[in-house]
Write a protein that binds this ligand. Structure first.
Ligand SMILES: Nc1ncnc2c1ncn2[C@@H]1O[C@H](COP(=O)(O)OP(=O)(O)OP(=O)(O)O)[C@@H](O)[C@H]1O
Ligand SMILES: [Mg+2]
Length: 262
């Protein structure tokens, strides 16, 4: 009970837009002799959507895996809500993960469960909700938010790719995380569905005041969702600005990402 109160207190007081929610300094990570992250520096502020652009294999997914403590960095510091993630014990890491929603690149749902069961799972397992009427109400609320109100009793195999992404997003959002990490949320979707998912990410930011890191190759997604864009190359973040600023940037790599945009 005391633990729960502490979490609530933190959540409620935390509406300061200048607060740095994720603070990354000189982050390094190598695999064998491959230096993937060389010197990553990034502050993400409360309520902000930061889009990370970068070519394949540059370490974008590795960066967010470090943020949730799935990978341990080799150097530098990584603070989330002011706590150094590397120093957290198992219990504290678990508590931190309850505040972070992670939409994986694959966006997996459990295929043997209905959409409703998929959504109830994090509520019963992570938040220990047992009251059926609360479960029903939260499932309905989130499915309505992502435009899937009629799909609660469908199996994932009966959903289209876009609907599966929405359902994956709903499952991540149902625990109302303060931070959302999106790893290529629109990959594999047609342009119209991609745009809908991007709009949804924006709506979720407004509705739940989430702080988000969005990794994407989809420039339309970046345009729709980004308060700020950072470009990652060879283990460093090399340029940043608003979407409009990046559009006019002299940086050669920025130019190559934005060259087809008018
Ligand atoms: N657990 C791991 N063990 C060993 N190498 C890894 C591991 N995770 C990532 N890598 C390597 O780190 C590099 C960066 O991978 P990462 O998945 O972060 O790239 P990315 O920028 O997300 O690329 P993409 O745009 O293709 O998703 C790759 O060379 C990858 O092979
Ligand atoms: Mg990746």
């Amino acid at each position: 009970m005391a633990e729960q109160e502490l979490t609530l207190e933190k959540t409620e007081k935390a509406n300061d837009p200048n607060e740095v929610v994720i603070e990354i300094k000189n982050l390094k990570k190598s695999f064998g002799n491959k230096d993937v992250l060389k010197d990553i520096n990034l502050d993400v502020h409360r309520g902000e959507n930061v889009v990370v652009l970068g070519r394949s294999g540059q370490g974008k997914s590795v960066t967010i895996q470090c943020i949730v403590g799935m990978l341990v960095p080799d150097g530098g510091t990584l603070r989330v809500f002011g706590d150094d993630v590397v120093d957290l014990g198992e219990k504290e890491l678990k508590e931190l993960r309850m505040k972070i929603g992670f939409l994986f690149q694959s966006g997996a749902l459990y295929d043997s469960m209905t959409v409703r069961e998929n959504l109830e799972f994090p509520l019963t397992r992570v938040l220990k909700v047992t009251d059926q009427s609360e479960l029903d109400q939260r499932v309905e609320e989130i499915l309505t938010s992502v435009g899937l109100a009629d799909a609660a009793d469908k199996m994932p195999s009966d959903l289209s790719g876009g609907m599966r992404k929405r359902a994956g997003l709903a499952r991540t959002l149902i625990i109302k995380p303060e931070i959302m990490l999106y790893d290529e949320p629109t990959t594999g979707l047609d342009p119209i569905t991609s745009r809908e998912i991007s709009q949804l990410i924006l709506e979720m930011q407004k509705k739940y005041k989430t702080t988000s890191v969005i990794i994407t190759h989809d420039m339309e997604c970046a345009r729709i969702t980004a308060d700020r864009v950072v470009i990652m190359n060879e283990g460093e973040y090399i340029a940043e600005g608003t979407f409009e600023e990046m559009l006019k940037s002299d940086n050669e790599l920025a130019k190559s990402f934005f060259k087809d945009i008018s």
